[in-house]
Ligand binder design. Sequence first.
Ligand SMILES: C[S@@+](CC[C@H](N)C(=O)[O-])C[C@H]1O[C@@H](n2cnc3c(N)ncnc32)[C@H](O)[C@@H]1O
Length: 268
Amino acid sequence: MGQPDWAPEGLDLSRPSVARAYDYTLGGAHNFAVDREFARQLLAAVPDMRITARANRAFLHRAVRFLVQAGIRNFLDIGSGIPTVGNVHEIAQETAPDTRVVYVDIDPVAVAHSRQILAGNTAATAIQADLRRPDEILEHPEVRALLDLDQPVGLMLVAILHAVPDEDDPFGIVARLRDALCPGSYLAISHATSDRRADEMDEITRMFKQTTTPTTTRTRAEVLRFFDGFDLVEPGLVWSPQWRPDSPEDVGEHPERMMMYAGVGRRR
Ligand SMILES: C[S@@+](CC[C@H](N)C(=O)[O-])C[C@H]1O[C@@H](n2cnc3c(N)ncnc32)[C@H](O)[C@@H]1O
């Protein structure tokens, strides 16, 4: 099968990839028929998925701006996805050109496309690695070369932890990453939940089983556990549109519709 030049060799196109389906949902072009079909089925079953994806992306943008304001100049963005409008390095380097960013994703298309976009940017790179093996990320030569782990880091785990099932010890993984960061570092998380709209979320979880990264939703109390060792900054762990909105109108009447919690914590 002929593949576009951005697609790495040997891709598994038998199953949809969440990275590529998310890209399609956000209006991107780095996806295949299997991903588009999956995204269309998802949107047909749960039409709010599109605004959920946008609200999640908007949280990521606000969190990066907040962290740059807080003085963060090192970002480790794990589960970064396929570059789309407003990537971490673009937002951060707009205000602080010296900001260094390492993107990490398990999906080869996400990494290949990120590397293409970042060609020539000496302050940002992308590596293919698995969050479930945090030591490989922390010891990766490109992470070591670009990030100064003696300085505070902005660790972005945005819409990824629900891709790590309990049997892979997500809390232990986040603790391992936390322990590698110095005090004053920050952790930004968004996470899918079934606390509200359980029927829709069950349907999403059922459909995600066919992807390369199935979903595990968590309760608010469970998501809070990821911030062990961090002090949550205001307004705490909230529905994604409620986290420091640019304007009150952006929150809408039913922020719980987004089915995602979001929060940022500062490492003690
Ligand atoms: C929904 S996208 C989120 C992209 C971006 N963080 C955002 O919020 O806009 C989730 C990303 O996590 C990646 N991912 C899932 N499991 C992963 C793992 N174990 N290690 C690294 N990346 C993973 C997927 O490939 C996908 O690109």
